[in-house]
Design a protein around this ligand. Structure first.
Ligand code: NAD
Ligand code: WQD
Length: 336
């Protein structure tokens, strides 16, 4: 199939593009490079030995999107968006404009070009305050920060569009916590500045870029007192997108599916696994809880198994081993 990938230079988009190319799809991608480097695209070409067309384009450029979609695509995978929770609290308008208005532009350009098959990057953040684990797709939705609100808003745009226009097939994939990297160590997550997320911070500590990991709270009602999350290998996540693409015709309009492993790991378990993978000690200190964090969340992954025929295969040790290979070989990320 001929697939358009938005946010193709980003962490998850680059891994998805690689798997799409390896599966024989024709891939075209764009990105405004606001949080990424074109080097990621070059490396995907190098790893696959296949052409990957790239264009620098912004979701807010509606005429540009219209022109591109008119070229004719079988489906779109939509990864482009801003994702830093803290920044979204400081700049809620920017997040709304970029993520919600930008996605509305994309949907309008798709509709105008009669391209009605979409795989969207949603997030477990749409579950808001978690009432009970594991979380299934029927858990009530809510937003606990402006970033989360943008994911809810885009889900709602998709649900509404699919209700009004019966031809649409949309997978709203709700990712849990993506970590890891392609096993080549050539592409991976390259956060700008100080990482907000745990795994990149832990790996930058292992490689010597940071002194110690700050563990946000050890007084949660969890087995070791630290926060529990459902970490999922980015390659499993990318393969989940391919499965969704293959099964899109079985979607009734727009439907949400969790992409997680169904298993939770604590902050201290992640640090221990990263120390094993890197063979290096990873110092840490216990700090107070980070405002807005929940104690624990992990996925009920059954629907993905039933509907997509997909399940996550890679465990925490593999996630850390692959993430470490990327970090060790690219201590400064893409360096551009
Ligand atoms: P990322 O920042 O690495 O990738 C997103 C890409 O989108 C970047 O390359 C960025 O430059 C691009 N982009 C942003 N705004 C754009 C715009 N207006 N026009 C064109 N390109 C734009 O992030 P990621 O981790 O790869 O996340 C991909 C998607 O998955 C995002 O929508 C994110 O919200 C979602 N998601 C991520 C996580 C996570 O923890 N990484 C979890 C759940 C959902
Ligand atoms: C994981 C655990 C922290 C950093 C975020 C977004 C969510 C989704 C995934 C996009 C928690 C602890 C973290 C650190 C720590 N993204 N921690 N020290 O908060 O589960 O989810 O990314 O949709 O929307 O909110 O991920 O990696 O930040 O935190 O102790 O330096 O690690 O308290 O328990 P989170 P995270």
């Amino acid at each position: 199939m001929k697939i358009l990938v938005t946010g193709v230079a980003g962490y998850i988009g680059s891994h998805a593009a690689l798997e799409l190319l390896n599966a024989g799809h024709e891939v075209h991608g764009f990105d405004n490079l606001s949080n990424s480097s074109e080097e990621a695209v070059r490396r995907v070409r190098e790893l696959t030995g296949k052409p990957l067309r790239f264009e620098k384009l912004d979701l807010l450029d509606a005429p540009g999107l219209g022109r591109l979609l008119k070229e004719g695509f079988d489906a779109v995978m939509h990864f482009a968006g801003l994702k830093a929770v803290g920044e979204s609290v400081e700049k809620p308008e920017l997040y709304k404009r970029n993520n919600v208005d930008g996605s509305a532009n994309l949907l309008a350009a798709m509709e105008a070009a009669a391209c009605r098959r979409l795989v969207f990057s949603s997030s477990c953040t749409v579950y808001g305050e978690v009432k009970k684990n594991p979380v299934d797709e029927n858990h009530p939705r809510g937003a606990v920060n402006p970033y989360g609100q943008t994911k809810l808003d885009v889900e709602n745009l998709c649900l509404d569009l699919a209700r009004r226009r019966p031809g649409w097939r949309i997978a709203l994939l709700r990712y849990f916590n993506p970590v890891g990297a392609h096993e080549s160590g050539r592409i991976g997550e390259d956060p700008r500045g100080v990482p907000n997320n745990l795994m990149p911070f832990v790996m930058q500590t292992a490689v010597g870029r940071r002194d110690k990991v700050r563990v946000f709270g050890n007084d949660y009602p969890t087995p070791d007192g630290t926060g529990v999350r459902d970490y999922i290998h980015v390659v499993d996540l990318a393969l989940g997108h391919l499965a969704a693409l293959d099964r899109l015709d079985a979607f009734a309009g727009a439907q949400a599916v969790n992409l997680g492993t169904g298993r939770g790991a604590s902050v201290l378990e992640v640090i221990a696994a990263a120390a094993r993978a890197s063979g290096r000690p990873i110092p840490y200190e216990i700090l107070p809880r980070r405002p807005g964090d929940s104690a624990a969340i992990w996925a009920e992954p059954t629907l993905a198994r039933e509907k997509l025929g997909w399940r996550a295969e890679r465990g925490l040790d593999r996630m850390c081993a692959d993430h470490w290979r990327w970090q060790k070989n690219n201590p400064d990320g893409y360096g551009v």
